[in-house]
Design a protein. Structure first.
Length: 109
């Protein structure tokens, strides 16, 4: 999307993620809302022209203040592809693409 399209887009969802770094027990995470070692958020925009735009933001709790590396995002993408390869909501050709990516790249993660 162009800068103008982004500035003129009517957003359908507003969010605020709060992250706290440290070392936490399961109970502490439940009280807070959830826990993880790293977080990646995919923001999707669906403009009126039918296209789709995306931005990924991440934070690595092991190294506070730093995003995940491209290699770590790639590993997450492979795990996502593995999940989609089994998802019956996708047609067989899309599941096959996901399966192929996983088969081809799994050893490189």
């Amino acid at each position: 999307m162009s800068e103008e399209q982004i500035n003129n887009h009517t957003y359908r969802l507003k969010y605020d993620l709060q992250c706290e770094t440290g070392e936490f027990t399961v109970d502490e995470c439940k009280e807070f809302g959830g826990g993880t070692d790293a977080l990646a958020v995919i923001s999707l925009l669906f403009p009126k022209d039918g296209s789709c735009s995306m931005e990924i933001r991440s934070i690595d709790g092991r190294n506070p203040g730093t995003p995940l590396s491209a290699k770590e995002l790639f590993s997450a993408w492979l795990l996502f592809a593995a999940m989609l390869a089994k998802n019956k909501e996708l047609d067989q050709s899309r599941r096959a693409v996901c399966h192929s990516a996983v088969e081809h790249f799994w050893s490189t993660r």
